[in-house]
Structures are given as C-alpha cells and as structure tokens.
Design a binder for this molecule. Structure first.
Ligand code: GDD
Ligand code: MG
Length: 468
C-alpha cells in the first residue's frame, strides 16, 4: 500500500509502493495489497503493450516479445533502419515467427511509413508530422501548378517525425483501434526478459488498485546495475532521473508550501495509463514525454486549474452536448477527470533494470529536455526557474549551447494535442488503404494479416526466419 498520497489539485501522486511478492498467496493483510491472478489476468486481457524500437539488437527485442504475457496484445512501433540494411524487415520476421509459435496478438508498423503519415494528415493530427515535409508539401503544390501535376504529387508525402514519443503515440492509436482500456510501454533494449514480464504485471497491479478511470502507473527500478571496474555495482539512481525528480518535487513544494519528495518517476520510460487518461493528455516530443506527463497534469489539473475546472463542469457539459465536436469531447473528459481525480502510482520493481548504454550525449539530451519541461510549466515560479537555470549552468555540456537556453523562455516546442480528438475509425481506414508496413497477427490465427499498399486488401504472410 502507498504510505502517503500527495494531493495536488485533482492529481493524486501515491508515494512509492514496493513489490512484496511477485506472486502472492491470497491472504488479507491491512498493510499490504493482495491481488489475485484472476484480477491481474482480467486487466492484461484489456491491455496493449507498446514496444518502441530503433535499431536495437534483435536478440533483445526477441526476449522482450517473449516476456510480455500472452493475454496482452503487443504493438511494436519501429523507427529502425530500412535503407542501407533493412532492419525493419528482420524485426517483422521476428514478429511473424513469434506469432507462428505463440499465437499471441502482435502488431508491427514502421514510423516512417508514408501511409501512416497520410493517416495522421487525414485526421488533422499534423503536430506529429515532420515540419520540413509540411513546408515541402506547400512548396511542392506551388511548384506543381507550374511544373505539372507529377511534381506536386511527388512532394505530397507526409512522414511522422523521429522520436520515441512519436512512436508511442502511433502505438496508442493502434491500441485504441483494438479497443484496449490500458496501454503500457516497454523499451526494446532490455537485457532481462523476466524484468519485462514483471513490468507488465506491475502495471496490471497498479490498475487493480486504482479507484479512478484516469490513472497512470510508473515504474521505479530498485537498482540499475553498472559495471564499475570489474564488478557489478547496484546503483540506485540515474543522473537524469534524480535531477528531474528534484525539480518536479520543487514545483509541488513551492506551490503547496510543504516540501515533498513524492515524485520519484519523472523519467519513467516504463509506464502505463488508462486509455481514458491517454485520450486527454498532451504529449511532448522524443524523450521528454515522461517528465512532461507531470508538467501537463500539474498545468491542467494542478491546484489553480482544478478549482476552475470543477466550477466549469456544469457549463461545459451543456456546451459540449450542443457543440458535439471532437475537441469538446476531450474537454468534457477533462472535466470528468478533474472530478474523478487522476491517480499516479509509482511502483518499485523487484527486478533490476539492465539495458543498452546509449552514451553521454544522449544522457545530456534527456537531462536538458527534462529541465526544459519543468522550466516551461505554468506553475514554475521565478524561484524554481532560477534554480533550473543554475542547474544548467553546472552542466558542462550545455555551456556552448547558451543560445538554446534562451529559447526556453518561450513555450516548449512540439507539444502534441490529445489523441482523444482523433477519429480512430477514419485513421485506421486511411492507414489500411495506404500503409505498406502494417502487419497484424491476430491472437490464435495461424497467419498474419498484411495490408497491401494502396488496395487495402489483406494477404497472409508466414516466414522461415526462425524455427524451434
Ligand atoms: N519507435 C521509435 N522511434 N522508438 C525509438 C525511437 C524512435 O525514434 N528512439 C528510440 N526508440 C526506442 C529505443 O529503441 C528503445 O527501445 C526505447 O525507445 C528507449 O530508447 P533508449 O534510447 O534506449 O532510451 P534510454 O534507455 O536512454 O531511456 C529510456 O529510459 C528512460 C528512463 O526510464 C527511455 O524510455 C526514456 O524515455 C526514459 O526516460
Ligand atoms: Mg534504453
């Protein structure tokens, strides 16, 4: 059980919870929460686990796919190399073979599939598209008028931007198309398949404890082992997460006047949320998606806004029913969320986290990105801003990039609107008729459905890549 819950407007942040037993015995104890396997299974069946992948070792992806419990659907969103070496083809073969052997439902799609970009364009979710391509398209249309239709056509290609967050949004839409109620995320570069299985069970456990339909489960690793000299050192904190948590906590502390250390999952890549919450959240780009979850919730449902939201509910209900627009739909959901409360569970995993090391520059990017999110939070007062800037000054890597720092003073770029506004039926219709990479292997089916580009027809695909 969480020992304490920090109530911040409509946002309830539960203090860290620990896994006492991976598989418990069904005994009542007022100090601990026992969750039956039937209950967990019930949640798993309504869950999709999204696996974002970009050029990871196939053996690692293989372990992750095999670790995700059978009852969940898996959605692999790849942004891997397709030109010099077709890594995506190999990932796809891995998916079809895993499905051949296990019959678990698995979907896979490539982030740069032009059909996917078109689907986002058609439903008006342009914030996820590459800016250059949008500009190119406009220029192309003008050029097309002079140089004939072909040029115009060639330029009309929409591509989704690079980024983990962008891949996660694609995954969320596919999860919604499957009618899932819970969406979880697991990175593809995990060395320990057993840990991945635990992550998914921990997500399910969080949802079993939740009282609000708008909830999120974020995982905190007990240890993140590193090799120090010739030994494994069981490190507790990463450089990025420690700093992000510190400033997210400072945001809460300076608002409430009471110091808190409740947030310990500012950068939790492994997290899950109810589809109802996923629908109304805005998302930041790339690796800033996780710290921005908090910033968004603080901005939208934090103390000041919460009071206004509660007052607005009645009025909004009436206007929403009248307007009937998609935007009004998400506003209505936000009002419901403000009333029901948004629950954030933070669970410490029993398994340590071992994954690929991506280097110093990558860590710095994540750190500065996270601080940028805090800096641009509506609740960030001058005191917290000055602390964030002082933290940055201490970062050697950023000394040269002083100009970048001054850009922070504006709104953070690339905030993507709620996916709840997207007409998923229309999105899938366009996707199925124009995608060249989408593959759906249904649960129990012996063959996978391949959507043939341009025709929306399906053919079956099996592979000979891997046999037991
Ligand atoms: N689809 C897609 N598109 N996947 C991507 C992209 C992309 O552009 N970029 C990276 N990925 C995949 C990676 O292949 C990996 O499976 C996962 O996203 C996480 O990326 P890493 O590069 O391994 O990130 P990290 O390990 O440094 O950081 C992770 O953990 C942090 C702490 O929990 C990420 O999940 C962070 O978002 C997280 O904050
Ligand atoms: Mg990683």
């Amino acid at each position: 059980m969480p020992r304490h819950t920090e109530i911040f407007g409509s946002v309830k942040v539960h203090e860290l919870q620990r896994v006492l037993k991976l598989d418990s015995g069904g005994f009542e104890n007022p100090r601990a929460k026992d969750i039956s396997s039937e209950e967990l299974k019930g949640v798993l069946k309504r869950s999709a686990i999204v696996v974002p992948v970009k050029n990871e070792n196939l053996n690692l992806l293989d372990g992750v796919l095999r670790a995700i419990p059978f009852d969940c659907s898996i959605i692999v969103v790849s942004n891997s190399e397709r030109v010099s070496q077709d890594t995506y083809k190999m990932e796809r073969e891995l998916v079809t073979n895993t499905h051949d052997l296990t019959q678990q439902e698995i979907l896979i799609i490539h982030q740069k599939d032009p059909g996917l970009g078109s689907a986002f364009h058609e439903v008006g979710y342009e914030e996820i598209l590459e800016k250059e391509k949008l500009d190119g398209k406009e220029a192309g249309e003008e050029a097309g008028e002079e140089a004939g239709e072909e040029t115009g056509k060639e330029k009309k290609e929409w591509l989704v931007r690079d980024g983990k967050s962008e891949g996660m949004i694609i995954g969320m839409l596919l999860a919604k198309s499957l009618g899932k109620d819970f969406i979880g995320f697991a990175d593809a570069d995990n060395f320990v398949p057993g840990a991945v299985r635990e992550y998914v069970m921990d997500f399910a456990a969080g949802f079993c404890m939740s009282e609000s339909p708008f909830s999120m489960v974020r995982l905190h690793w007990r240890y993140k082992p590193k090799v120090v000299e010739d030994k494994l050192y069981f490190k507790k904190w990463g450089r990025v997460s420690e700093t992000t948590n510190k400033y997210l906590n400072l945001l809460i502390s300076t608002c409430t006047g009471f110091e808190t250390g409740v947030v310990i999952t500012g950068n939790a890549g492994e997290h899950a949320l109810t589809t109802r919450l996923a629908d109304l959240m805005c998302y930041s780009t790339g690796y800033t998606i996780e710290p921005y979850h908090f910033v968004f919730l603080f901005d939208k449902f934090g103390p000041r806004e919460a009071e206004e939201s509660a007052e607005k509910v009645g009025a909004e209900k009436a206007s929403t029913e009248k307007a009937g627009t998609e935007k009004a739909g998400t506003e209505k959901a936000s009002s419901e969320a403000a009333n029901a409360g948004i629950e954030i569970f933070q669970i410490e995993t029993l398994n340590p986290h071992l994954h690929e090391e991506k280097g110093e520059a990558h860590i710095n990017e994540m750190l500065t990105g996270s601080l940028r999110m805090v800096y641009n939070c509506r609740l960030c007062n001058d005191y917290v801003k000055s602390k964030v800037l002082a933290e940055l000054e201490g970062l050697e890597a950023l000394q040269e990039d002083w100009e970048a720092r001054s850009r922070w003073k504006g709104k953070p770029s690339h905030i993507m609107p709620p996916v709840g506004r997207i007409d998923v039926g229309k999105f899938m219709k366009v996707l199925k008729s124009s995608s060249e990479s989408l593959l759906r292997c249904k649960q129990g089916a012996t063959k996978c459905e391949v959507v043939e580009r341009g025709r929306g027809e399906k053919k079956n695909e099996t592979s000979s890549f891997y046999r037991p």
